[in-house]
Write a protein that binds this ligand. Structure first.
Ligand SMILES: [Zn+2]
Length: 194
């Protein structure tokens, strides 16, 4: 550790929001949650209809659940610019699909955290929802969709697999439902679930 070179403390990289195209510009820390004010780094000033340059018109905000740090939910309040085209009058919002899908309530970093928590740490959906400060249904739907996108729909998921294990466990005791996962034991991957 004595040879480690430290860089300046930086909340944006600590929370991995740089990977999502965001920059943290403010924080509001509460005992039960951390709220981070963010801005979208990349400008988006070219009209999607006619290609002419737009001018900033106003700003709107969007709230997203992000991965928790120290089990304290992290909420992002992202400020987005709205532009108006100088030629055709079209109005659009700054693109932030790198940070979250359209209409999503959870950031891409939050989804990744939730999926790892479910698959690798065997967290319940209720625990994930609590850590993200979202409803059970929001967490469940988002994690299922992300799991399908990342794990099940990946045609290369068997590439490099050497050992496959079958794990069967009770999902809901009261209904005696069993879930079976076929899992690559050497990597983070669920090959199939049913
Ligand atoms: Zn235009």
């Amino acid at each position: 550790m004595s040879d480690v070179t430290f860089s300046s403390a930086d909340l944006t990289t600590f929370t991995r929001l740089d990977e999502l195209g965001l920059e943290v510009v403010g924080q509001h820390l509460l005992p039960d949650r951390a709220v981070l004010a963010c801005r979208v780094v990349d400008p988006d000033e070219w009209c999607r209809r006619c290609g002419c340059q737009g001018v900033p018109r106003d700003t709107v905000t969007r709230r997203l659940a992000h991965e928790p740090f120290g089990w304290r939910p992290t909420v992002l309040v992202v400020r987005l610019r709205r532009y108006r085209c100088t030629e055709c009058g079209h109005v659009w919002r700054q693109d932030m699909t790198k940070a979250a899908a359209a209409r999503a309530k959870i950031s891409r970093g939050g989804l990744r955290w939730a999926l790892v928590g479910l698959v690798c740490q065997h967290l319940s959906v209720a625990r994930i929802a609590e850590a993200l400060a979202v409803s059970w249904h929001t967490a469940n739907a988002a994690v299922l969709a992300e799991g399908r996108r990342v794990l099940i729909n990946d045609p290369t998921r068997f590439d490099g697999v050497r050992v496959i294990g079958v794990d069967e466990h009770v999902v809901r005791h009261e209904a005696l439902l069993f879930r079976m996962e076929v899992r690559d034991l050497h990597r983070f991957a669920v090959a199939a679930a049913g």
